[in-house]
Write a protein that binds this ligand. Structure first.
Ligand SMILES: Cc1cc2nc3c(=O)[nH]c(=O)nc-3n(C[C@H](O)[C@H](O)[C@H](O)COP(=O)(O)OP(=O)(O)OC[C@H]3O[C@@H](n4cnc5c(N)ncnc54)[C@H](O)[C@@H]3O)c2cc1C
Length: 502
């Protein structure tokens, strides 16, 4: 499948669209067999000059799925070419796909070394603009020198590729943490604190753009009465306190937000964790993923991600951040109505749009809303969001069953459609589990050595899904993880006063 003519172009924005188009067709063919479709190679790196060929890695779970995927791809017009000398990577040729940009299609199992290499290379370049420039230059010069000689072109760029891989190896040696915690809910945050207290280098990986899990996302205003030493505390206050408490160890705790853990695998005592953004390395893992990864239900407009977390929000923490602003809220449930009521008088203006005339909120909140200055637009649906430099400026809405549209000026847009959870990743983690709960031993060990589970994610006889339960589990799990990483460590209970020097 090697191309003979060498053509290197400056980075084209259209490559990302081309990738999407090809992916959509492939998804039609392979559907649920696919764990991921990865855009790899140079066209996947913004700013990098490349041959205009989209490299795609199709990722499946295991050899059985791989066989099924090969026969489905063959039925869809792709010819299986075998591994072409790279073990674990299946290449495909094709004819008659002129409607798609030229592409190289590879099929790999999730644990294939070649997949790891491709992603590491791409992710490194995505975060290193200097190397992108350098690599672009090398390619452009080599392409001019060896227009008809692909072998010499490949040879000319081999040194810089080797240099980049060396950098990647060096980085991963320096960045292996002791404990990676999957999930930044209350139990994950407390686990990170306790691991910090025991001197561990810690990483939290959380799928949302905020920490706090269920109390922060599902019931920030609700009063909680069963947290020890707090007669009463709201979900938002509990989150704030846990984050504040963890700050003591901020030098040794890395927090990765908007990143979902997909798979992990152990190689020579080090776990490589694959996420929606890249890879991490860790000596042990504590799963604190609750009922699964949260993601906000989006408003469903094309360019929504461009504005998210700039002035488009899915959750509200501090009302005063909206002071003096024109706020538009989309939604019809309790949160949407409560936020509209709370912001009336703080924001310059508040407009609430909902696709039905009736709200699904407490009666007294709806009464309060109707008596307020909030501009209520029902039944309206969002149609188009426009803005620049990552900030939304205007939202076009359309009246249901009519052609009537309105343009709303937007300083801040709050999308209050709730959150969904998914625990589909659990099946790829090689731990014993049932539904969304992982079986653990009395030491919170899972069936995979070096991997522990706590909080709502952990299941054992008599388990009660409460925050206090998870808080109690964390110190034991952390101690076990330390003992696993450093077998000579003293595993007796240590009191915090002897660990903190003030
Ligand atoms: C309405 C309601 C009221 C409640 N009231 C109380 C109460 O009064 N008292 C009480 O003790 N408990 C209460 N609970 C239960 C309590 O909220 C849970 O027991 C607690 O949140 C469990 O904490 P956790 O950290 O284990 O999980 P979660 O709070 O669920 O946090 C898990 C985090 O992990 C993240 N995550 C999951 N998978 C991934 C992944 N693959 N990659 C990256 N991130 C991931 C999620 O996005 C989430 O942020 C209530 C629950 C609900 C729904």
């Amino acid at each position: 499948m090697k191309t003979e003519k060498v053509e290197v172009l400056p980075y084209q924005k259209s490559w990302s669209e081309d990738f999407k188009k090809i992916s959509e067709e492939i998804y039609e063919v392979l559907g649920e067999l696919l764990l991921a479709i990865e855009h790899v190679g140079s066209t996947a790196v913004v700013g990098l000059s490349a041959k205009p060929i989209i490299d795609i890695d199709l990722v499946v779970s295991d050899e059985r799925d791989l066989k099924e995927a090969i026969s489905k791809l063959e039925r869809a017009g792709y010819q299986h070419e075998g591994d072409l000398g790279i073990p674990g990577r299946h290449a495909f040729a094709y004819q008659g796909k002129e409607h798609l940009q030229t592409h190289h299609l590879y099929l790999l199992c999730q644990n294939a070394d070649e997949l790891r290499r491709h992603k590491a290379f791409r992710d490194f370049l995505r975060h290193h603009p200097k190397e992108v420039l350098e690599y672009s230059k090398v390619k452009e010069i080599a392409a001019k020198a060896y227009l008809d000689d692909i072998e010499s072109y490949m040879k000319a760029k081999s040194d810089i590729i080797e240099k980049i891989y060396k950098e990647i190896d060096k980085m991963s040696e320096n960045t292996v943490v002791d404990i990676t915690i999957i999930g930044g809910g209350p139990v994950g945050l407390w686990t990170a604190f306790y691991a910090g207290l025991r001197g561990m280098k810690v990483k939290i990986i959380e799928s949302l753009s905020e920490l706090g899990g269920q109390p922060a996302v599902l019931y920030p205003e609700k009063k909680i009465y069963d947290i020890p030493a707090y007669p009463v505390i709201t979900g938002a206050e509990l989150t704030e306190n846990l984050v504040e408490q963890l700050k003591r160890f901020e030098a040794t705790t890395e927090i990765c937000l908007k990143e979902e853990v997909l798979t992990f695998e152990k190689n020579e005592d080090i776990f490589t964790i694959e996420t929606s953004k890249g890879q991490h390395q860790s000596k042990s893992i504590i799963i604190a993923c609750g009922n699964g990864a949260f993601s906000p239900r989006q408003i469903g407009l094309d360019n929504e991600d461009e504005f998210a977390d700039n002035n488009l929000f899915y959750n509200v923490h501090k009302l005063d951040q909206f002071a003096g602003k024109k706020v538009v809220i989309a939604g019809g449930g309790d949160s949407a109505v409560d936020w509209a009521n709370h912001l009336d008088g703080i924001a310059e203006s508040v407009t609430l749009i909902h696709r039905r005339d009736a709200f699904r909120a407490h009666e007294h909140s709806v009464e309060e809303l109707k008596a307020s200055n909030v501009n209520i637009l029902t039944p309206y649906v969002p149609l188009e969001l426009t803005g620049d430099n990552g900030f939304a400026k205007s939202l076009k809405v359309q009246k249901v069953k009519s052609e009537e549209t309105l343009d709303l000026e937007v300083d801040a847009l709050i999308v209050s459609f709730g959150f969904s959870t998914n625990n589909k990743n659990l099946k790829n983690w090689n731990v014993d589990y049932k539904r969304s709960s992982i079986h653990v031993s009395p030491r919170f060990e899972t069936s995979l050595e070096g991997v522990y589970a706590v909080g709502d994610a952990a299941d054992y006889d008599g388990k009660v899904d409460l925050i206090a339960t998870g808080f109690g589990e964390a110190p034991t799990a952390v101690n076990q993880a330390i003992n696993y990483i450093y077998p000579d460590s003293d595993n007796r209970a240590v009191h915090s006063t002897s660990l903190i020097d003030e």
